[in-house]
Structure formats: C-alpha cells, structure tokens
Design a protein around this ligand. Structure first.
Ligand code: NI
Length: 271
C-alpha cells in the first residue's frame, strides 16, 4: 500500500511539476522517489513525459549510450518484429529495447493502437518502426479489394494520427496475402513485411524456446516474427538482444534494415 502511495505521488509530481525538473534533489528525497518511480506500472513509467522528467530528477536510470553497432550498410542487422499489440506489457518490450539501445518494429492492430496511444507515440519517438496490422486481423486474401483497402486505410489513419507520419510497412495477418493485397498495400505506400524466422512464440509460449529459435535461426538480414501480446514473448526479449549481439548481429527496425522499402513489394529478408 505504501509503495503504491509513493508511486502515485511520484507520477503526480512528475506530470504536474516539470518546473522542478532541473532542481537538484537531496539524496534522502531522491532515494524514495527512485523506488517509487521503479514501482510504477511500465505503461506510466515509459510515458515519454514522465520518463524524461524522472531522468532529469535523477530518479530514473539514464539510457545506455546507444552505440550503433549496426554497420553502415546494415550487413550485420536483424529485424525483430512484434505483431498484434500494443497491449499493456508492450511497454516492457519498449523498455528492454531502449535500455539496450536496440530497435525493433511493431505491427499494430488499429484498435489496440487507439487503446494504447501513448505506447504507439513512444515507439515512434524511440525510433521503432510502427507498421500496419489491419483493423480486424482477418485473412486479407479472402477479402474483396475494397475491404482490403478499408482495412489498410483505417489503420494507416490511426497510426498517422498518433505518430505524425504514415507507416511504410504492413504485415498481413497470418501472412495471408495475394496480388490484390500487395497492390492495395502498394497504393497506400506500404511494403509487405513477411519473415524468414518464425519463432512460433504464440504456440509454445516458452521464453527459452522463443529466444533459442530467434537467436539460432537469425542470420544477417533476417526478419524475425514474434507477438508482443504474449507475456512469454516479453520474457524472451532481453535474451534475444543479448544472444544476437553475441553472434555479431544487431537488432534493428525494418526502416533501418531497408532504407527505401518499395510500396507493394514483399520482403521476407534482406538478401
Ligand atoms: Ni497478427
């Protein structure tokens, strides 16, 4: 209960009193605030306004310096991708990536994006790629051209309104697409992101297995499929980032792996 009170107090101060941000807090005040900040739910802790102020106060860990380990031509890059979110614990995925200076891509469903708008904004502001994963999550190859256009356009509009820019990528639910889908995607400025490494994280729900498959099967240029709606996938993220780096590979966003994706083109990996 006490912990909870401190957490609420900290959030209130961080949000309402940014003028204090530059103040030097005495150590005896800073320590309890630090604990209070750490006990906030990840979604609040990762709100950019809260996090930045907390960092200025010295009560949130400083971001690790982002050593861009990706080579200039991205020849050691691997694109980690997370579908179907965001949900509340997507904040933890973002946290884990940011703390390691790693990047990834999130294919968001329109409804979830609206429900967790702050998270979508946080993705964009931390240089993650935000992609289109439709409104209804139906198999697009079974829909009419008009329905596909509608699914993509509505999701593009949601993402644009939150991030300020139209997405460059879409991922068809279940990987189901045909020429109609690719054409509709192309018409809306979207490249089609498939994958060459399928972790089957949704099926096994086993963080060790998800990590092992992602790290073992990824090669330079790979696109790795995962789903941030599963807590067991969140639990694999740190292991994956560290494991890839041990192999000399760097987790990046799709926008880093492919500088100029061609709308309508289908990408399974970078050759
Ligand atoms: Ni999906």
């Amino acid at each position: 209960m006490r912990k909870r009170c401190v957490a609420i107090l900290v959030t209130g101060c961080l949000l309402l009193n940014p003028a204090m941000a530059s103040a030097q807090l005495p150590a005896e005040v800073r320590e309890p605030l630090k604990n209070g900040y750490a006990s906030l739910p990840a979604e609040i802790r990762n709100n950019p306004a809260v996090k930045n102020t907390a960092r200025q106060w010295g009560i949130a860990p400083k971001p690790r310096p982002v050593t861009l380990r990706a080579k200039d031509d991205c020849s050691n890059c691997v694109a980690l991708t997370f579908d179907d979110g965001p949900v509340a614990h997507t904040a933890e995925v973002l946290d884990l990536l940011q703390d390691r200076g790693a990047r990834a891509s999130f294919f968001v469903a329109a409804g979830n994006a609206q429900r967790h708008a702050a998270l979508v904004r946080a993705m964009a502001s931390s240089s993650m790629t935000v992609g289109n994963h439709t409104v209804s999550h139906r198999e697009l190859d079974k829909l009419s051209h008009e329905e596909v256009v509608n699914e993509l356009a509505r999701t593009n509009a949601v993402i644009s309104s939150l991030t300020g820019s139209s997405p460059r990528w879409m991922r068809p639910p279940y990987g189901a697409f045909n020429d109609t889908v690719a054409k509709a995607a192309g018409d809306q400025g979207l490249a089609v992101a498939m994958w060459d490494v399928d972790t089957l994280d949704w099926k096994y729900k086993d963080p060790q297995r998800t990590c092992r498959v992602a790290v073992d099967e990824a090669k330079a240029g790979s696109i790795v499929l995962m789903h941030d709606i599963h807590a067991t996938t969140v639990d694999a993220v740190a292991c994956i980032v560290d494991g890839l780096r041990k192999k000399g590979l760097e987790p990046v966003s799709l926008d880093q792996l492919f500088q100029k994706p061609v709308p309508g083109k289908v990408y399974t990996k970078k050759d």
